[in-house]
Design a protein around this ligand. Structure first.
Ligand code: 4AD
Ligand code: MG
Length: 458
């Protein structure tokens, strides 16, 4: 008996193999029952022909409930019309064994509301679309590590329990640390900055926590972030690293997840265009573009995207109100990113809206050496990054201006006292990147068990 996995069936044409999996769907037609069996690597149509298996087995197959676990043995046949993932191969069943007959499965082919599906997330992840998204996620995570490991970055681990804020105090999850206040990490960046003085180029990669009160399709309260940090690196050099990195992630997914992206109905031509260099615009230019789009929308004009098609998801033009100094909201990013055919860097944000550690431009200190990378097609920010302040006195001043307790950051300022160097780094959010690559609406589907403002079950 040869055990096989569905993904490998092309190598077994004409052979007798055994598949182990679950019943994804079933249809009957006279003396035939078609079992769509999924095994984690794909979905295969298994054809049960009454004269081949006998009346008893046929009756079992004909009544088998969805999601029952089964072991099925048969001959692999190539047939271009065979449905499934990747499809094109069928199993002519000789014998079949039911491992567990499932109770009536709550998720059916009918439409379910999102809250129902989220309550059943432990089962929903079996559905083909969710399966595809989570496989892309695994590829993205693997590509992240592979690229960084092969470009001289050392992975360091940074603590989840931290004594102080790094990305602003409003989104901290507080925990009781033996009578003292501690917080779940919003970022590992500050620790990465210590590590570059030992290793030159490092990254941390893990879960990050933010008590986000916003209910948008881009926000989770727990998400995965990879944060590379580089010594002797200015903002321009940082952006070159980012565009190489993101391009590699996207093309790895295109190469390795062709079946999954097809199942998701993703227009992969839009992803093929992701090639360096990415356009770079300043915050000032972005504000001008947004005001221009708003004015045209208010005049009732149709505004075109980078492909000359009308903009999608156009917000109420009033929501595009923006004045210099404001951070972008979701509507701004939704509009701005459709004007470019690949991810776009926005540099030079107002110092006042960004984190305390970002290096201001010496000749124009009201803006800082920051860059957000916004993904196209309305997806918006997937990376936040910057050059860091490398001068101890300036850093102390910024900490005070942000009303942060200097005592808690003593170690961090110390890094600027012993061989300080210009250095830069960025953080890429896994779920937003996966949502963009998969072309899905909401980041919640890009996490196996998402944590949201109103959800911590299951
Ligand atoms: O822009 P952010 O806040 O940057 C930092 O945390 C820096 N310390 C990174 C660094 O320079 N080392 O977050 C970085 C990325 C965002 O661009 C986004 O992709 C993701 O993290 N992100 C979220 N993803 C999902 N839900 C949220 N609530 C997120 N907040 C940030
Ligand atoms: Mg950001």
């Amino acid at each position: 008996m040869t055990l096989a996995r569905i993904r490998d069936l092309p190598q077994h044409v004409g052979e007798t193999v055994t598949l182990q999996g679950w019943l994804y769907n079933r249809t009957s037609k006279g003396k035939l029952v078609f079992l769509q069996v999924r095994d984690g690597t794909g979905i295969c149509q298994c054809v049960v022909f009454r004269p081949s298996v006998g009346d008893e087995l046929f009756a079992i197959a004909d009544k088998l409930t969805l999601e029952s676990s089964l072991i099925v043995t048969g001959t692999v046949r190539a047939d271009t019309r065979a449905p499934g993932v990747p499809g094109g191969y069928e199993l002519d069943v000789h014998t079949l064994q039911v491992v567990h007959r499932a109770e009536e499965y709550p998720i059916g082919p009918k439409e379910h509301g999102v809250e129902f599906l989220m309550d059943h997330r432990h089962l929903w992840i079996r559905s083909a679309r969710q399966w595809a998204v989570l496989r892309v996620r695994a590829t993205v995570m693997r590509a992240i590590r592979a690229w960084l490991d092969s470009h001289g970055f050392l992975e360091v681990t940074t603590p989840v329990l931290t004594p102080s804020a790094a990305e602003g105090t409003t989104t901290l999850f507080e925990v009781d640390y033996f009578g003292e206040k501690a917080y779940l990490a919003q970022t590992g960046q500050l620790y990465n900055e210590a590590a570059i003085f030992s290793f030159g180029r490092v990254y941390c990669f893990g879960p990050t926590f933010r008590a986000e009160k916003s209910k948008t399709r881009r926000h989770l309260t727990e998400f995965w972030m990879v944060e590379p940090e580089i010594a002797f690196c200015d903002l321009d050099q940082l952006l070159e690293i980012e565009e190489q990195f993101v391009t590699d992630i996207v093309h790895t997914a295109l190469r390795e997840n062709a079946n999954e992206l097809k199942l998701l109905g993703r227009d992969t031509r839009k992803l093929e265009r992701v090639q360096p260099p990415f356009p770079r615009i300043t915050y000032d230019e972005a504000i001008a573009r947004l005001k221009d789009v708003q004015a045209r929308l208010q005049r009732g004009e149709t505004v075109s995207n980078c492909d000359g098609e009308p903009l999608q998801d156009v917000p109420d033009p009033a929501l595009l109100d923006i004045t210099w100094g404001m951070d972008f909201g979701s509507p701004h990013e939704t509009v701005l990113t459709q004007l470019f055919d690949r991810p776009v860097f926005v540099t030079g944000f107002p110092t006042a809206v960004k984190a305390f550690y970002m290096q201001p431009y010496p000749e124009r200190p009201e803006i800082c050496k920051s860059a957000d990378l916004l993904a196209p097609e309305g997806y918006g920010e997937i990376i936040g990054g910057s050059e860091r302040i490398s001068d101890a006195a300036l850093l102390e001043q910024r900490i005070r201006e942000h009303g942060l307790p200097l005592e808690a950051y003593r170690w961090y300022v110390d890094l600027r006292r012993y061989g300080s160097v210009p250095h830069s780094g960025f953080g890429l959010g896994v779920e937003r990147t996966v949502a963009w690559i998969c072309g899905i609406e909401h980041v919640r589907e890009a996490s196996p068990f998402p944590r949201l403002l109103n959800r911590i079950y299951p």
